[in-house]
Design a protein around this ligand. Structure first.
Ligand code: GRF
Length: 185
């Protein structure tokens, strides 16, 4: 299962990877934003997309029950912006992975998502950035780190060019990290 709130380029990359690889499959995508680009990508890829709201996510077991009905082994957050509720963490202990577009523990936490991260990294004059794949617990960006990959920041890099470099790292490493994690389960 994949959760996404935005464009969904990582979700598409993961779906296509496992269609070629064959060791796993993405049975559905869950989305908390009816305007998200990921919905159209799912249509084009012929993958079910479940759009849900805050009440369903935080005040009911509907989403947990749906994921269990799909008999999912792993939940993957790919650009999902909401904090994961306790009932989902309890139902999938150490079986929820998130990707963050920076080298945690720096540049993580509430509000640190998408371009906000890259702007902060560039403004701080960092020499490198990257991605962090980690397990999900009750706090933003705090779980156990599963993988990090680094990219150099050049003098002429902007938040936009850094975002592009980081996306390239995500597309290269995230599907493989998911595959490796599934093999361990
Ligand atoms: C990615 O950079 C991911 O690290 C972050 O949100 C972005 C989602 O991009 N959490 P997309 O929706 O997969 O294109």
């Amino acid at each position: 299962m994949i959760f996404a709130s935005g464009s969904g380029s990582n979700a598409q990359n993961i779906i296509e990877f496992f269609r070629k690889d064959g060791t796993a499959s993405v049975e559905a995508v869950f989305c908390n934003n009816p305007k998200a680009g990921v919905i159209k990508r799912c249509e084009d890829l012929d993958v079910p997309c479940v759009v849900f709201d805050r009440d369903e996510f935080y005040n009911t077991r509907k989403i947990v029950d749906l994921i269990e009905a799909f008999d999912a082994d792993l939940v993957v957050l790919a650009g999902f912006l909401w904090l994961v509720p306790a009932n989902l963490i309890e139902a999938f202990p150490n079986r929820i992975l998130n990707i963050h577009p920076a080298l945690l523990p720096k540049y993580g936490g509430k509000g640190m998502y998408g371009m906000n991260v890259h702007i902060a990294v560039i403004e701080a004059g960092e020499e490198e950035s990257g991605i962090t794949i980690h397990t999900v617990d009750a706090e933003y960006d705090k779980g156990e780190i599963v993988l990090q990959a680094v990219t150099r920041i050049d003098a002429d890099d902007t938040p936009e060019t850094l975002a592009k470099k980081v996306h390239e790292l995500e597309y290269k490493h995230f599907p493989l990290a998911i595959k490796k994690y599934l093999e361990k389960l």
